[in-house]
Design a protein around this ligand. Structure first.
Ligand SMILES: Nc1ncnc2c1ncn2[C@@H]1O[C@H](COP(=O)(O)OP(=O)(O)OP(=O)(O)O)[C@@H](O)[C@H]1O
Ligand SMILES: [Mg+2]
Length: 319
């Protein structure tokens, strides 16, 4: 991501937390920037919610420093909290009141938030057509979006969402994901969003931090995280009319390893650094032998999911 013009909003350094006798968080440090979606990825029990509860002021930290837009969470608690909006557990609403009236109650309690701002956030979350309906009739996805509307009413610099897509169907997930990206990229909000689903993080986040057992294992831009998960070789499946002839044709290509698969299929492995050039050479060699090439399919790279599973098992640092 282009970090130009972006500045750190949430800064966590050397955060420790013990609950009961258990050390839940150990030396956690990371920053989130304005205009970015930062994904906090980890399996159940990793410490995501604990971290988030500390950031939104629901839980005290034991050791370490946290600041929001420069305001220290301990020494300038109210100033820091004024810049944070969040949904930690499922947002609570009055079911017999409309979406609008729920927001209005929150706005009045907060102070300084008028009807114009309510209308603005309602448009942002795409609820303008349903905002007069009772919340009891809202779908889970609509309720989550109303939760986001409430969380951003007071114009926070940092929006914190703990597993916001839990329980949503694919359409609801996509709507919420698009909303989260828009709030970061168009409104410049710094969004911290947790999840245990790596596929979701890939689609939603600019950077991700992976946490397991209370320890932050890696923080990287999403493309680097995926690249770190990718091997240095690419594997393709070729479907041809004559596998034997194709194999012979490819024998002359030094960097290309060939394996016979199902009848009419070849699996080739080539260095990812030269991928396109070698693929063109494969095409040419096969064509020159008069072999008909029906399809070329790339076998999926290892994705974030694989890194994640590996880290969850081993707990080693990557990159
Ligand atoms: N009040 C508490 N007392 C003792 N241990 C706790 C308490 N609250 C949470 N824990 C423990 O802290 C660890 C981290 O929990 P946390 O809820 O932060 O994880 P999480 O990453 O949010 O997991 P999930 O994906 O399940 O939501 C867990 O092992 C949990 O059992
Ligand atoms: Mg949690």
């Amino acid at each position: 991501m282009n970090m130009e013009g972006k500045h750190p909003v949430l800064q966590i350094s050397h955060l420790y937390k013990t609950l009961g006798k258990r050390r839940i968080l150990q030396d956690v440090s990371f920053e989130t920037y304005s205009g970015e979606v930062f994904g906090f990825l980890g399996p159940n029990g990793a410490g995501k919610t604990t971290t988030i509860k500390i950031v939104v002021g629901l839980l005290m930290l034991d050791e370490g420093e946290i600041s929001i837009d420069g305001f220290d969470l301990r020494r300038q608690f109210e100033k820091a909290m004024a810049l944070v909006g969040g949904i930690v557990e499922n947002p609570e609403f009055y079911p017999y009141l409309s979406g609008h009236d729920n927001l209005k109650i929150y706005a009045d309690a907060h102070g300084g938030i008028g009807e114009e701002r309510i209308a603005e956030v309602v448009r942002m979350v795409g609820l303008e057509n349903r905002i007069k309906e009772k919340v009891g009739r809202y779908s889970l996805g609509m309720r989550q979006r109303l939760g986001v509307a409430q969380a951003i009413l007071h114009r926070p610099r940092l929006l914190v969402l703990d597993e916001p897509t839990n329980g949503l169907d694919p359409a609801g997930t996509k709507t919420l994901r698009d909303l989260i990206r828009k709030l970061a990229h168009e409104e410049g909000i710094s969004v911290l969003v947790s999840s245990h689903l790596m596929s979701e993080m890939e689609m939603m986040c600019d950077r991700v931090g992976i946490i397991t057992d209370g320890i932050l294992r890696a923080v990287k831009p999403i493309d680097q995280m995926i690249a770190a998960a990718s091997p240095d070789h690419a594997v393709y499946l070729l479907r041809v009319d004559n596998a034997e002839a194709a194999e012979a044709a490819l024998a002359g290509l030094e960097q290309v390893a060939v394996k016979r698969g199902e009848p009419g299929e070849l699996e080739i492995t080539l260095p990812a650094a030269n991928e396109e050039e070698l693929l063109a050479a494969v095409n040419r060699a096969v064509f020159e032998k008069g072999v008909r090439l029906y399809t070329v399919t790339k076998k999926e790279h290892r994705r974030l999911e694989d890194v994640f599973i590996e880290m969850t098992k081993g707990g080693d640092q990557i990159g």
